[in-house]
Design a protein around this ligand. Sequence first.
Ligand code: HEC
Length: 303
Amino acid sequence: MRIVALLLLIAACSSAEQLEVTLEGEGAERLLRFYFGSYTSDDPFETGLLERRGDRFYVGLAVLREYSPELAQGLKAKASDGIVSPESLRAAVQMTYYRARNLPEELSEFNDRWVTDNVIAFEVHGPVTNYLRRITLAEPALQSAIWDYYENGEKIRYAIGTVIKAEHLRGTRVVETTAMVRRSDGFWDFATYDSAGVLASHTLPNDRALVTPTECAGCHFGKKGFEPELSWPLDPTQTPDGIRKWYTGSRDIEVAEFFSEHLRRSDTLLGLYATTYVSDLRERRRAGTLDSSAIALLNHLGL
Ligand code: HEC
């Protein structure tokens, strides 16, 4: 009898130490994994940080306190009747995310920590900003992702530590920089730096300022297609606002269909890096100017 009472007491205490977190939509579990995985290098469900019961999700406050006392405190303060609303969850994550990820305060520090050599650049007018976006990543990182396409189950996946930067340009001036860094848990970290190169909580307002990382994850984890990537290799005929255009690389419809990179977004990336890169290789092969390792890559893909 006593043991049963004790067990009930323990259960009551532990459930008091849990908060239910609610998120909209079918991608809830994945988003929660991303959010809470940002505070721990372990699987948040395995450590008891998160628990799923049916369609509902609970946060173990005692476990969370071990990883991030700030987030635990933030969630507890915002909870009402033991439930944390989606807005409150996002607000609490936004307040604590950069520090938890140890993202450098300054872009110069970021660039020193993740030195990227042999970068290739892609230019696009897309949905995130009205400025021209100059997206850069290390060519070897892209090449490896393409080489490993079959090994990764016909997916373009980047190595841990890969960095992709997107500078927003007014003329030649960088007005802000967004960046993603590949984490070991399969997600990417998101960062926004302002025109002075200082970490910023959100982007410059386009239609609206995008809050990092929660609104970034919204598009990058979602299924919605965006222009100009959706229409590629054609240019979009109708754009919701302003100009939408992908400027870099050759346009090869066979390669577009082969990778279907934007819609499949195997690694939550939305741009057409493998697609335009391989399109270029095929054009150079036709022109007879391709070196043997690049020819080997095309042969490996069967393209
Ligand atoms: C409206 C949807 C949307 C939102 C919100 C969004 N992105 Fe993106 N992002 C895109 C699209 C589409 C691309 C592909 C390039 C382009 O068209 O600009 C992209 C590309 C990128 C890239 C280059 C790598 C890639 O995925 O192709 C980075 C880095 C990036 N975004 C960072 C961010 C950050 C940081 C935030 C949050 C501040 C953010 N994005 C929010 C849609 C979005």
